[in-house]
Design a protein around this ligand. Structure first.
Ligand code: PLP
Length: 301
């Protein structure tokens, strides 16, 4: 692999076919099962002020997802790390959305056996993507609790980060129809599942609660769970009935796309205290962790 120049592809870069290239070269075959069957896994890590946040956790999750989907890539962990650094450097970015993707690939024509496809690896870096822009956060995010049921964990293991998002995307349309900003979906028992790009937490009587199954185990969710332990905030990881959201004292989201995001309203009904004190504490602690050398990986290339 060559050495990339900083800002070689100003604004973003893709790693494809063994080299870093401009974003205009970010293409997949229409015959790749990643496209025709959503047979793909990916991971997204953030870079903030020139350093990756919890890159090792994202690499762990990505390599675990590959194993669970019987996928192989021609790069080891150290090489993937170097590729991701290269994407950020080539894109000349300080705050970045950095994705690693593996598709099933294109099987021989007419073949139906997924073992016959050569898996394809891609990576790219874009300017940081927020789940809700800072201005929207300041105005107050209205969360719609959709009655749509998240694809069952018995069907697709949600701990494999995947593109099975049609339930989530349609729930966003439900939200926009009602004038809300984003949405979360439920499981078959009516418990909270997750939303498009985030996990969901509530706070009631000082106790933080978040679903324990049927969700992607977000790295920012893990961070919140660890912060609750470090700050002595009581936490229960358990089934959370969707109806409890509107009755909570505070609700917040967690995502690589913005960390801890306070919710101002549930389906138009405003929380009396927003952002709530527990959410604010966790949000401040989340951003403070970006200076912690245990989680910081300065971008080099
Ligand atoms: N749930 C889903 C469905 C997601 O797609 C994401 C992130 O994209 C999350 C939760 C949050 O995960 P993380 O904290 O790793 O960003």
């Amino acid at each position: 692999m060559r050495t990339v120049q900083r800002g070689e592809f100003e604004g973003g870069s893709v790693f494809i076919d063994g080299d870093w290239k401009p974003l205009s070269e970010a293409k997949v075959s229409m015959f790749d099962w990643g496209f025709t069957r959503s047979d793909v896994t990916y991971d997204v890590v953030s870079a903030w002020k020139g350093a990756f946040f919890r890159l090792d956790d994202h690499l762990d999750r990505f390599f675990a997802s590959l194993d669970k989907l019987h996928m192989r890539i021609p790069y080891g962990r150290a090489e993937v790390r170097r590729i991701l650094h290269g994407c950020v450097v080539a894109g000349g970015l300080d705050d970045a959305y950095v994705a690693m993707v593996c598709t099933r690939g294109v099987p021989p024509r007419g073949a139906r056996d997924p073992r016959l496809a050569t898996n394809r690896f891609y990576a790219y870096a874009l300017p940081f993507v927020w789940i809700a822009h800072p201005e929207k956060q300041a105005a107050g995010i209205d969360l719609h609790v959709s009655s749509r049921i998240r694809i069952a964990p018995e069907s697709v293991d949600p701990t494999i980060k995947n593109y099975h998002w049609i339930d989530l995307v349609l729930s966003m349309f439900d939200a926009y129809d009602r004038g809300a900003d984003t949405s979360c979906v439920v499981d078959a028992q009516g418990n909270v599942a997750e939303g498009p790009g985030f996990n969901v937490f509530l706070v009631k009587d000082g106790i933080v609660r978040t679903p324990g199954r049927g969700v992607l185990e977000g790295i920012s969710r893990k961070t919140v769970i660890e912060l609750c332990g470090a700050l002595g905030i009581p936490l229960r990881v358990e089934a959370v009935p969707a109806a409890d959201l509107a009755r909570a004292d505070e609700v917040f989201l967690s995502s690589t796309g913005g960390g801890v995001l306070p919710i101002a309203k549930i389906d138009g009904q405003a929380f009396p205290r927003w952002p709530g004190p527990v959410t604010k504490r966790l949000q401040d602690a989340y951003w403070a962790l970006h200076d912690d050398p245990r989680y910081r990986d300065p971008v080099v290339g």
